[in-house]
Write a protein that binds this ligand. Structure first.
Ligand SMILES: C[S@@+](CC[C@H](N)C(=O)[O-])C[C@H]1O[C@@H](n2cnc3c(N)ncnc32)[C@H](O)[C@@H]1O
Length: 272
């Protein structure tokens, strides 16, 4: 891949997803785009770029952008945030919302869906009291391919081996050849939608909990600030925001304050 082809790719990816590809990511771009180029019938990344340049944004541009996203995820990823939800945050919110019996939770940038399904299993297992509540669990993602996988709720043996307790696998999934599919009752509790965090946000209900984990790391500072500001607006005044372990609101949006729960931290809007 030439320097000018890489420049074109990173401009496209930045415009469409806000993901910043630093200079040292050329190798990554090559390793992700070469299989895509071959699958699409091109004999080199160069000829793929020529085709991209010749046309307005279409399905091929989208595939290139999606190929440059990192979709790493797992069930109950990092464990401790889910423990904080189970032991502290959900019990607190359940008391506070006892009158309205409503809770809104958003898994932003949900990749292939393990995060929202972990949340559904947590609610189902530990909070039977919520059975007659109105719970909205929204899961959004930039990549249409990832969102389709998330909607389908079907995972390989390797994926269910990562973070999902065997007891929950047996209880909520059924085997489908060598894959495992989450049951329809749980799947129907998640509202999936396509959404670019750096672009227009569709109307969302005021959120009690937002998980926006391991996605801000891919963006530049101004995009992080803009997205954190909008996440703050999307949260109820006493709601909670979770970021990934390598992410923070510090120096980006200081209207948030850190709250520590055992071995995890999350963020809340600072009281005026
Ligand atoms: C590393 S995964 C994190 C998945 C999950 N949140 C977790 O922590 O396990 C990052 C996800 O962010 C998505 N993503 C990247 N840019 C995005 C954007 N501008 N808007 C929404 N999602 C985006 C990617 O497609 C990818 O699935």
């Amino acid at each position: 891949m030439t320097a000018s082809e890489f420049d074109y790719i990173r401009r496209l990816v930045l415009e469409q997803s806000a993901i910043v590809l630093e200079d040292d990511k050329q190798y990554l771009a090559e390793s992700r785009l070469w299989p895509l180029a071959r699958r699409e019938g091109f004999d080199s990344i160069g000829s793929l770029v020529v085709r991209l340049l010749a046309n307005k944004f279409d399905g091929l541009h989208r595939k290139v952008v999606e190929a440059m996203t990192t979709n790493e995820t797992s069930f109950f990823r990092d464990f401790h945030p889910f423990e904080a939800l189970r032991k502290s945050i959900l019990p607190e919110l359940i008391l506070k919302r006892a009158a309205s019996k409503e809770l809104n939770i958003w898994s932003a940038a949900c990749s292939s869906g393990q995060e929202p399904y972990s949340l559904v299993m947590l609610l189902q297992e530990d909070f039977p009291i919520l059975a007659d509540w109105s719970i909205r669990l929204i899961a959004s993602e930039l990549s249409a391919d990832m969102l389709a996988r998330a909607r389908e709720g079907r995972y390989t043996q390797l994926e269910v081996n990562r973070g999902l307790p065997a007891r929950l696998l047996v209880k909520y999934f059924r085997q489908y050849g060598t894959d495992w599919e989450i049951n329809e009752t749980l799947r129907s509790k998640v509202e999936f939608q396509i959404m670019n965090l750096a672009d227009y946000w569709p109307p969302l209900p005021p959120m009690d909990i937002i998980l926006m984990r391991n996605v801000l790391i891919y963006f530049g500072v101004e995009t992080k600030k803009k997205i954190l500001g909008r996440a703050r607006q999307a949260l109820k005044p006493d709601g909670f925001l979770f970021l990934g372990g390598a992410e923070t609101t510090f120096n980006l949006d200081d209207a948030f304050e850190r709250v520590q729960f055992d071995r995890t931290i999350c963020y809340r809007v600072r009281k005026a």
